[in-house]
Every structure is written in structure tokens, then in C-alpha cells.
Design a protein around this ligand. Structure first.
Ligand code: SAH
Length: 270
């Protein structure tokens, strides 16, 4: 191996290195009929490693870079989602279902935007008009975009949802975009129940004992943007749910907001 090849290899993540090595082994393997279990194992390892690699990429780049990444190779998006579903199947409860239950108790006339919708389960489960947004669209009902720059109109949405989707390093620009498209909220006013911002995130990202963000700092940053924190739900084992409403009067002369860093949520090799 030359010096530059070694350097290149050292710059790769462990999963990338494993992925390259596994692909090479798989290519060398000539007799699939004799050892299908070996092949199955290798394929599972390959897709598991590949999922973790894409996942790490999404947590360590901007939304714009993520959009380019999937535009160049859309099949990676399906691979990512197959792995994501597998991870989720280990969770006792999925945050998207908690959000669906919450929405079902609200008026079906509320217009919803699902930022980073994945399979668009919210749109499939409620009667409301739902704008489902994600980086790639395999379904005519999903709008493909980087969610820091959506085609939605100003003040046109009653409920903005981020369910495990604050992945990019520029996550604050997604929340600013939600602020732009949300109508002002009235919180407990049942007649005009708008301006809701719901954020579900992986609990470990908000555990200051393990390098996670302080949930208070996160709430304060969003409050400074012009939201009122209504509720924080820590009751689930795997995720936190934040409920905010957009304030009627926005503070345009606000000082620079200090957004806490949200650490990537990386999955362990099983
Ligand atoms: N909300 C869904 C999917 C969560 S997975 C659920 O709870 O089941 C996170 C999703 O966010 C992925 O589908 C990913 O593609 C999307 N995402 C991440 N960054 C994005 C961005 N900048 N713009 C649009 N979607 C994004």
C-alpha cells in the first residue's frame, strides 16, 4: 500500500473501511450455492455497515450537502430507510405514533407540515392536510427538498413536526424555516389552535452527562426565536418530545441566538 493510499484509508470511518473490505470479500466469493449462509451474513453486514455510514453522513453534514448526496445516488435513501426501520423496530414506542395520537385529538382542519417525514406515516394516519417533506421523494405526496428551504408559503401551517429529523449540522435553519411557515399560535385557545411546533429527538442527544445538549439551552434557543415552551415529555425511554407554540408577537430585534450543538446519533455495530 502506498503512503497516499494508507492516508486515504486512515481518513475513512471504520464503517467505510469495513464496507470496502466486505465488498471485496463478497466479490471474491465464487460459490454462492455452497454457502448461502455465509453470503446472507455478508450481505446483512454490508447493508448494516452501509446504513451506519449513511446515518453518520447525515448527522455530520448540512441539509444542502445531504440533498446533493442523495440526488447523486437516490438508492442510498432506500438503503438508509431499510436500516432506519430495523433500528426503530427495537424501540418499545415510536415517537411518530405519539405525534399521530396527539394530532388525532386535535381538529382535522389543522394543516400540518412533517419535516423529514421518512415514509410519511403521519400523512397516511390522520385526516388533516399534511405536507410531507423529505430529501428524496418516492411517493407523489412527498415534497423533495432540503427542509431549510421548503416551497411552503409564509404563515400557512398550523402544526410543524420534526420527528427524529434534526440531523443536519445546520439544524437551527430547519427550525427557522418552520417559524417562517407557521401561523402564529394561540396555544390553549381551542378556537384558533395554531402555531404548534413539535420536536421528537433521541434522548441521548439531550443527555449532558454523555456529551449531549442541555434540553434547557435548546428550549431557550427556540424560545428566543419566538416560541413559548408548552411541555417537555421525558417519559419515553428512547426519545424526548418538546411542544412549543409560536408567539403572536415576534421579537425582530433579537440578539444572536446561542444554539446548543446536537451530537450525532450513531448506531453501534450489532
Ligand atoms: N420522521 C420520520 C423519519 C425519521 S428519519 C419518522 O419519525 O419515522 C429522519 C428523516 O429526516 C430522514 O428521512 C431524512 O432523509 C430526513 N431529513 C434529514 N435531513 C433533512 C433535510 N435537510 N431536509 C429534508 N429531510 C431531511
Amino acid at each position: 500500500m502506498t503512503k497516499s493510499e494508507r492516508k486515504k484509508r486512515n481518513n475513512k470511518s471504520k464503517d467505510e473501511q469495513r464496507f470496502t473490505a466486505d465488498t471485496a470479500k463478497l466479490r471474491k466469493f465464487k460459490e454462492p450455492s455452497k454457502s448461502s449462509t455465509f453470503l446472507d451474513k455478508m450481505k446483512a453486514r454490508l447493508s448494516g455497515g452501509h446504513f451506519r455510514m449513511i446515518n453518520e453522513k447525515l448527522y455530520t453534514c448540512t441539509g444542502k450537502e445531504a440533498l446533493n448526496y442523495f440526488q447523486e445516488e437516490p438508492s442510498l435513501f432506500d438503503l438508509y430507510h431499510a436500516g432506519y426501520k430495523m433500528q426503530m423496530s427495537n424501540w418499545p414506542q415510536q415517537p411518530v405514533n405519539v405525534i399521530i395520537d396527539w394530532l388525532k385529538k386535535k381538529s382535522p382542519s389543522l394543516v400540518v407540515a412533517d419535516f423529514g417525514c421518512g415514509d410519511a406515516l403521519i400523512a397516511k394516519s390522520v385526516k388533516n392536510k399534511v405536507y410531507s417533506l423529505d430529501l428524496v421523494s418516492n411517493d407523489p405526496n412527498i415534497i423533495a427538498c432540503d427542509m431549510s428551504n421548503t416551497p411552503l408559503d409564509d404563515s400557512s401551517i398550523d402544526v410543524a413536526v420534526f420527528c427524529l429529523s434534526l440531523m443536519g449540522t445546520n439544524y437551527q435553519s430547519y427550525i427557522k424555516e418552520a417559524n417562517r411557515v407557521l401561523k402564529p399560535g394561540t396555544g390553549s385557545n381551542i378556537v384558533l389552535d395554531s402555531g404548534w411546533l413539535l420536536i421528537a429527538e433521541v434522548k441521548s442527544r439531550f443527555d449532558p452527562n454523555t456529551g449531549g445538549a442541555n434540553p434547557e439551552k435548546f428550549t431557550n434557543a427556540i424560545s428566543e426565536l419566538g416560541f413559548k415552551s408548552v411541555k417537555k415529555d421525558f417519559s419515553n425511554k428512547m426519545f424526548i418530545l418538546f411542544y412549543f407554540t409560536k408567539k403572536d408577537k415576534q421579537n425582530f430585534k433579537r440578539k444572536e441566538i446561542e444554539w446548543p450543538l446536537l451530537k450525532p446519533c450513531l448506531y453501534k455495530r450489532r
